[in-house]
Design a protein around this ligand. Structure first.
Ligand code: SF4
Length: 342
């Protein structure tokens, strides 16, 4: 799928050959590619969007600081983003820029480790079933414990209000609940599926290519068609026994679109499988919902992909201090961010 370089905000989506393309509707369209060259705004976006000629991968200057490129012929930026990271752009674009474009990093905490280890155990269980192999919940628990005790990245074990011992208790309970109560509800067809790269032309020489795997999401068959269940862990993913789907559409919608792009077939929706990491380990499955519409919009309202393309082209990455991840633990830009409110 390719988004044309149209400045109009009036877009229409149509289905062609079983996958989505964007076509233009409206009276006035200007093609950025037909301009004589990139504007300062284009260059600002270009530099802040991953130009290899920027001064320093850790650079955190304002857009104006990058608006003039000294590199002859430098006017094209092709930025590759993992599909699993794209949802974070819509949560706090300023954090996204810091992490993925400027290379800022934080050591993970025990809560992050608990989430990724729980995912390893549940994914091993589902993947073995898909291959037709025997696997028990105890086997999945073993994968979880191994991932928890042998992380593949730096972990700050003192930085969270959760000990490794308590994390292990919670994760073992969640893994058992997933394998015995949740997985049997689904007929999975793919786990950690590799996705065909999806190119988004933002105009002005800025291109985003979404790539990678579906990470914690699966594909599952239902009577209505293929759905994308996404496994979420966290202390607030279940509220009053209900899986929380608020602010989940950007990520699950990205997976819906990329699944359609990869398989050349439509999806029937997305679903959240919520594994609560609070001490009571609540679990819940949301109803199926249409996350794709948030990404593609409709005739009256632009979707998130169009808004993202506009923002990347302009080099605009607004902060969101209301994000649930706006904290020292989860944001690598926190110490230098003037927008946070704590
Ligand atoms: S500290 Fe908050 S507002 Fe600032 S970049 Fe991080 S998440 Fe965004």
């Amino acid at each position: 799928m390719r988004i044309s370089n149209c400045l109009s905000t009036r877009w229409k989506l149509c289905a062609v050959r079983n996958f989505t393309v964007v076509v233009l509707r409206g009276a006035v369209h200007e093609k950025l590619s037909e301009r004589s060259g990139p504007t300062p705004a284009d260059l600002a976006g270009h530099h802040r969007s991953g130009c290899i000629h920027r001064c320093d991968s850790r650079c955190d200057r304002s857009a104006e600081g990058h608006s003039l490129c000294e590199h002859e012929g430098c006017g094209v930026s092709n930025l590759t983003i993992r599909a699993s990271a794209f949802g974070g752009f819509f949560d706090c674009a300023y954090r996204f820029e810091g992490t993925y474009l400027l290379g800022m990093k934080n050591a993970a905490g025990v809560r992050t480790l608990l989430g990724s280890a729980t995912h390893s155990g549940t994914a091993a269980f589902d993947a073995a079933h898909l291959r037709g192999e025997d696997i028990t919940p105890d086997d999945a628990a073993g994968v979880f414990v191994d991932a928890l005790r042998n992380p593949e990245y730096d972990v700050d074990v003192a930085g969270d209000d959760l000990s490794l011992k308590e994390a292990e208790r919670i994760g073992l309970t969640l893994t058992a609940k997933y394998c015995t109560e949740i997985a049997p509800q689904f007929q999975y067809t793919a786990v950690e599926m590799t996705l065909t790269p999806l190119e988004i032309d933002c105009g002005g020489g800025v291109t985003i290519t979404l790539t990678g795997t579906m990470d914690r999401a699966r594909a599952a068959e239902t009577d209505a068609g293929t759905i994308i269940p996404d496994v979420k862990t966290g202390s607030k993913v279940v509220s009053n026994g209900v899986a929380n789907i608020k602010a989940r559409s950007a990520q699950t919608g990205t997976y819906q679109l990329m699944y359609e792009h990869t398989m050349k077939e439509p999806t029937a929706g997305a679903q959240i499988i919520a594994l609560g990491t609070s001490s009571k380990t609540p679990v819940a499955v949301s109803p199926v919902f249409d996350a794709r519409r948030v990404l593609v919009g409709n005739e009256q309202t632009p979707g998130l992909i169009q808004l993202a393309a506009d923002m990347f082209r302009a080099g605009t990455f607004p902060p969101n201090p209301s994000s649930v991840l706006c904290s020292k633990r989860y944001c690598a830009r926190w110490s230098r961010c003037i927008y946070r409110e704590d």
